[in-house]
Design a protein around this ligand. Structure first.
Ligand SMILES: [Zn+2]
Length: 259
């Protein structure tokens, strides 16, 4: 005998739970991104990390006699790490929750804004930078690390501390939304037909599909993908590297003028 049948025949049993409210269509759980998309995210985050780390790089070089190769390697490793994490299936699935996606956009958006505003990066990096220097000195003195290894350790400590700070902002923004917002923005179905919204199961990034409902030909997911995935390799690299060089020049210029 099923629970619902039991409820109708036995008056003593507790009432069955009310039916769930109708929900918006949620997409299937996201997979990890393709190799191409992952590679682009790694490149993007490495460039961002170099721009963000320009001030700390010059500070380390002039004030702490840190190894420049170790700093460059540490920043490279950290950028790749963030690129890989942001492309993973686990992270992509979390991004499907609108509050989480918005919290990450705001948290890392503030970080990027700090890279653009001269002097802001210096302020953001100051406290983590001081702790990182202490960590590097401790490694050198207590563990017996050489200049290269202790600089690498110190650079990774600084990257971790800055990302912990950003994640605190992300958590705070997420909590604010959770507490104050009842309404949840609808999750957009990336395989929805552009004409009528019918869910096209076979539509993938590089394929086209004719909608059985309205007959419209949908060209892959191209028009719905972010610029980073849509642009050609040449365009992507030109824009990212040119922006990176611009950012490094601004950061470096600010450091030498005011630092
Ligand atoms: Zn359609």
């Amino acid at each position: 005998m099923t629970a619902s049948a039991n409820a109708t025949t036995n008056p003593k049993s507790p009432p069955t739970a009310p039916p769930l409210p109708p929900s918006t269509r949620t997409p299937e759980p996201a997979d990890r991104l393709s190799t191409r998309a992952t590679l682009r995210r790694c490149i993007l985050w490495v460039v961002i990390a170099y721009v963000a780390g320009t001030t700390s790089f010059f500070l380390g070089l002039t004030a702490n006699e840190a190894s420049p190769t170790a700093m460059l390697l540490g920043i490279l490793l950290y950028g790749c790490f963030i690129g890989l994490v942001s492309s993973s299936g686990g992270f992509q699935r979390r991004l499907q929750q609108p509050f989480v996606a918005r919290a990450f956009k705001i948290g890392y958006g503030i970080r990027l804004a700090a890279c653009i505003v001269p002097g802001a990066a210096m302020a953001v990096d100051m406290f983590p930078g001081m702790l990182a220097v202490i960590a590097g000195e401790t490694l050198e003195r207590e563990v017996g690390f050489g200049n290269f290894a202790s600089t690498l350790g110190s650079t990774l400590v600084q990257g971790t501390l800055i990302n912990i700070l950003i994640l605190l902002v992300v958590t705070f923004v997420w909590l604010l939304q959770k507490m104050s917002m009842e309404w949840r923005p609808p999750v957009r179905d990336v395989r929805a037909c552009a004409g009528c919204g019918y869910h096209l199961e076979t539509l993938a990034a590089d394929t086209s599909a004719i909608c059985p409902e309205c007959g419209r030909t949908n060209e892959g997911l191209n028009d719905r993908r972010a610029w980073i995935d849509r642009a050609s390799w040449l365009k992507f690299l030109l824009v990212v590297i040119a922006s990176g060089i611009g950012g490094i020049l601004v950061q470096g210029g600010t450091f030498f003028v005011f630092g």
